[in-house]
Design a protein around this ligand. Structure first.
Ligand SMILES: NC(=O)c1ccc[n+]([C@@H]2O[C@H](COP(=O)([O-])OP(=O)(O)OC[C@H]3O[C@@H](n4cnc5c(N)ncnc54)[C@H](O)[C@@H]3O)[C@@H](O)[C@H]2O)c1
Length: 253
């Protein structure tokens, strides 16, 4: 087991990439704080982990709020005494649109969740990790940071911001034994995918258009990202920090 006796928090773990990662981390021995804005979704993932014999804590929180981050981390540390891995994965997508038609509130919410949410996660998780002199802080970025698609200006900018934040945090935290890595997935088959495509539901046209941009000829499954996150969170990645880890089937090559 790669994460035996570790304590992890995964945000946005009620669905998609976060859920697949929380389940895999638990299978690999971690106790997992399952953070999501959607209380039922957080409970659902927690129940799946417990059914499989693992330990999990459902934590309802909005990552864009400082107090929610403080509480979720506080409850996890109170339950299990430490925090080895924090995966800042929660994010919101953007419906593609011409810049002049995008409402300011769309920009504000995307930045609040995708950027400020990551900052707040670090702000509250790092003091615990510094005391331990060890920790791994993972972030879900996106290939949108490196090879954006038209019409997703706010989303691409938010993922660009956390890609740069990763480098800055990695340098700041290396002296404390804390590693920081951003994972950049290409389009992934989760409930978020249709929004990127500008559709209510994924259809053949959308899939054809997206798959055509991925040299390996398919989109990610959430488990593709979970496996990368497991590697990066584990001691196998002990010399990896400040990197942008692409899981993109060659999209950015
Ligand atoms: N699906 C893709 O194509 C894709 C590609 C690249 C990157 N990503 C990124 O992956 C991450 C996970 O997305 P996903 O595809 O698994 O989507 P998803 O919609 O399946 O899951 C996102 C989860 O985050 C939760 N969430 C949203 N806002 C929150 C908040 N403020 N506080 C706490 N939880 C919140 C949602 O309730 C949901 O359970 C996001 O950061 C997203 O930007 C997704």
């Amino acid at each position: 087991m790669k994460l035996k006796d570790r304590v992890a928090i995964v945000t946005g773990a009620g669905s998609g990439i976060g859920q697949a990662t929380a389940l895999l981390f638990a299978r690999e021995g971690a106790r997992v704080g399952v953070v999501d804005l959607d209380a039922d979704a957080a409970r659902g993932t927690t129940q799946q982990i417990e059914k499989a014999g693992g330990q999990a804590l459902a934590l309802t929180a909005d990552v864009s709020r400082g107090e929610d981050n403080r509480e979720a981390i506080g409850k996890t540390v109170a339950a299990w005494g430490r925090l080895d891995i924090f995966y800042a994965n929660a994010g919101v997508p953007q419906w593609p649109g011409a810049v002049e038609e995008v409402d300011e509130s769309v920009f504000d919410r995307i930045m609040a969740v995708n950027v400020k949410g990551v900052f707040l996660g670090a702000k509250h998780a790092v003091p615990v990790m510094k005391k331990q002199k060890s920790g791994v802080f993972l972030i879900t970025g996106s290939t949108a940071a490196l090879k954006p698609r038209p019409g997703g200006q706010c989303y691409a900018a938010s993922k660009g911001a956390v890609t740069t934040m990763t480098q800055s945090l990695a340098l700041e935290l290396a002296p404390f034994g804390i590693r920081v890595v951003v994972i950049a997935p290409v389009a992934t088959e989760t409930p978020m995918l249709p929004t990127f495509m500008g559709k209510k539901e994924v259809d053949e046209e959308g899939m054809r258009r997206y798959v055509a941009t991925v040299p390996l000829g398919r989109l990610n499954q959430p488990e593709d990202i979970a496996k990368a996150a497991l590697f990066l969170a584990s001691d196998d990645a002990a010399m990896i920090t400040g990197s942008c880890f692409l899981v993109d089937g060659g999209r950015c090559a």
